[in-house]
Every structure is written in structure tokens, then in C-alpha cells.
Design a protein around this ligand. Structure first.
Ligand SMILES: [Zn+2]
Length: 64
């Protein structure tokens, strides 16, 4: 199984706001409450990332 990584797509200043899984392209958004501190935003993204299961749809897997 390939490694998956979390990549931030959109920053609000120094805060990561939207990130994706590099493996399945699943998008994670930081809720507004967590968009006040960098540590909260990062922790939120990391916990969403850790909790998700990569799903490869047919379009994605046919590329490989
Ligand atoms: Zn994934």
C-alpha cells in the first residue's frame, strides 16, 4: 500500500484551511471554530486525515 500524505491546498494567512489526501484526493476543511489558531487548525486536519479511509473511485484507479 502506498503512503498517503496530507497536503494543504488553501491557506488563510498562516492557517491551513483546506487540505487533501494525496492518495485518494479526499478533501478536508477546517471548521470555523478551529480557524483561529494554527495548532487547532493543524490538529483538526490531522485528526480528520487520520480518521478517513482512502477510497479509490474507478476514474482514479483507471489512471494507474
Ligand atoms: Zn485518502
Amino acid at each position: 500500500m502506498r503512503k498517503r500524505n496530507l497536503r494543504v491546498l488553501k491557506w488563510l494567512g498562516i492557517l491551513p484551511a483546506i487540505a487533501v489526501c494525496t492518495h485518494c484526493n479526499r478533501e478536508f476543511r477546517v471548521p470555523l471554530d478551529a480557524l483561529k489558531r494554527v495548532a487547532d487548525a493543524q490538529a483538526n486536519l490531522k485528526s480528520q486525515f487520520a480518521a478517513h479511509e482512502c477510497k479509490q473511485d474507478e476514474a482514479f484507479s483507471s489512471l494507474g
